[in-house]
Design a protein around this ligand. Structure first.
Ligand code: F6P
Length: 521
């Protein structure tokens, strides 16, 4: 097998011939046409990336050399491409390519059961609050979607989340709620996760204190381990299933999204699925030249592997999408943050660090570094065109800031201009020598701007699915299995033994860890 790094040669030569991003707009009259593409409500503008038309062609050839077409077929065909766990990867089946009507009976049955439960729950008068307990993939997707759905409609219920094992998490989630009008939903694919089991125990005790034997009625589980949930004491008819072919970080489309269905209604949830299904179809059928996830992945590969950027900032200019960077941290870094390839050979320069915060807040914090720090980072700007808040002035200012930042990162401000300005202001030459470099912006910093026409459930489905497929494409190019997560295991095992040592069990550690344990003992 030819390794990815062997294929980088042509790209590295192209990098030495690169001109500035701003100049590419002058030399490539069709740049906007070639670098801006749309699927439904989602438009992505890659024209501010440091990629020429020639480079793009070379990147597309790289994807072809890595047999992306073949991998894409195997993925959609349900082959067991998660080889280290011997599992298929079928989250698109949950939305059914081209619509919510999946052909699979188990998926259809689950959908019907969720809808029936949600309709009854929403019509009834028993419940006022939902507490969703889960962590990682069983938390980040639902939390992001809950925030974002609130742009188009209000939740009918007080929807709260508890994820961290820190008691503050479950305490805050239960604070002020009344047990008899609260439904607790415990979401865990494995049903073995320490944080989730502890939070579930605490919530169950809280319910039982008030409701006694009847507490079980207010307690639901969503899991791929039905036996585990039953052994935990949850009744069979209170369990919603999903399957081992749904990765945790790809699971919001399954019954993991039950709390969203309850809060926002099954129709909104279906619209969310349909949006993702439209992106699945796009990914499956569009040529690479106009294929959004492929282009996102390739620009990422160029920035990481050729230009050497070690991180990617994701900045949603939308309060309602403020959890996007946290969601993508798991999606991208748990999927592709690996050094061993699928074939067991070591690889390097995979997934960059994903980070970010909502705009405009970030502008008053880390944007200084983005503009003038070294080496800086490529940015994904995400903006919503429609004002959902009925605050048109605020919305105009929000969008103006977003567009200004990507422009500023690209055009920068050359030193000669700064010098001209300082001279015109009457600053003495010696002082200009000191100050001018500090006021200079290097520019030529790459970004992609993704806009959603509105923050509808469908647009949200498009947005999450485009990133999911981007991750898949990058995994194929880097030769890693994007669907396992062995790197999280070691810490879990050590935490278990340290917890037992707090209660007197024997253990052996390095002197630093021994001292830390000693303080708790
Ligand atoms: O620790 C990592 C992880 O296994 C994630 O992959 C997963 O999303 C999260 O823990 C929660 O797992 P579960 O849904 O099985 O509780």
């Amino acid at each position: 097998m030819v390794h990815f790094s062997d294929k980088l040669g042509r790209l590295q030569i192209l990098a030495t011939q690169m001109i500035g991003i701003s100049d590419l707009f002058k030399t490539e009259p069709n740049r906007l046409k070639n670098f801006v593409h749309r699927e439904g409500p989602l438009r992505a503008d890659f024209s501010k990336q440091a990629i020429s038309e020639n480079t793009l062609e070379a990147l597309i050839n790289l994807a072809k050399d890595c047999q992306l077409e073949d991998w894409r077929e195997r993925f959609f065909a349900g082959e067991k491409i998660n080889t280290s766990e011997d599992r298929a990867v079928l989250h698109p089946v949950l939305r059914g390519v081209g619509g919510t009507k999946s052909d699979r009976k188990d998926v259809k049955d689950m959908r019907a059961r969720m809808r029936e439960f949600a309709d009854k729950f929403r019509r009834g008068r028993t419940y006022k609050a939902i507490v969703h307990i889960g962590i990682g993939g069983s938390d980040l997707g639902p939390r992001l979607v809950a925030d974002a759905m609130a742009a188009s409609q209000k939740s009918k219920f007080d929807l709260r989340f508890a994820e961290n094992v820190d008691g503050a998490s479950i305490n805050d989630a239960l604070e002020g709620l009344e047990p008899k009008s609260t439904l607790v939903i415990v979401v865990s694919k494995s049903f073995t996760t320490q944080e989730t089991r502890m939070n579930a125990e605490t919530a169950r005790a809280w319910l039982a204190k008030d409701l006694g034997d009847k507490a079980g009625k207010n307690f639901i589980a969503v899991t791929a381990n039905r036996d585990g949930a039953e052994e935990f004491g949850i009744k069979s008819d209170q369990i919603f299933d999903f399957w081992d072919w749904v990765g945790g970080r790809y699971s919001v489309w399954s019954a993991v999204g039950l709390s969203l269905q309850l809060a926002f209604g099954p129709d909104a949830f279906d619209e969310f699925l349909d949006g993702a299904a439209a992106m699945d179809k796009h990914f499956k059928t569009q040529p690479f030249e106009t294929n959004l996830p492929v282009l996102m992945a390739l620009t990422g590969v160029w920035n990481r592997n050729v230009l050497g950027y070690t991180s990617l900032a994701v900045i949603p200019y939308s309060r309602r999408l403020r959890k996007l960077s946290a969601f993508l941290q798991q999606l991208e870094m748990e999927s592709n943050g690996k050094s061993a390839g699928r074939d067991g050979k070591m690889t390097d320069l995979t997934c960059p660090v994903i980070w970010g915060d909502e705009g405009t807040n970030g502008q008053h914090a880390f944007f200084q570094w983005l503009h003038q720090g070294t080496p800086g980072a490529p940015v994904d700007f995400v903006a919503v065109l429609k004002d959902h808040e009925k605050q048109p002035d605020h919305h105009a200012a929000l969008l103006a800031n977003c567009f200004a930042q990507s422009e500023a990162l690209m055009i920068g401000k050359p030193e000669y201009k700064v010098r001209e300005e300082l001279t015109a202001a009457g600053m003495p030459e010696r002082q200009i020598d000191e100050i001018a470099p500090q006021k200079t912006f290097p520019g030529n910093r790459p970004s992609t701007t993704i806009t959603l026409d509105e923050l509808s459930p469908s647009a949200l489905g498009h947005l999450i699915a485009v990133y999911e497929h981007k991750v898949f494409v990058q995994g194929v190019i880097w030769g890693v299995n994007s669907f396992d997560q062995w790197g999280v295991e070691l810490g879990k095992v050590l935490a278990k033994s340290i917890l037992a040592e707090f209660d007197g069990a024997e253990g052996s550690h390095d002197p630093s860890t021994e001292a830390l344990i000693g303080m708790v003992k």
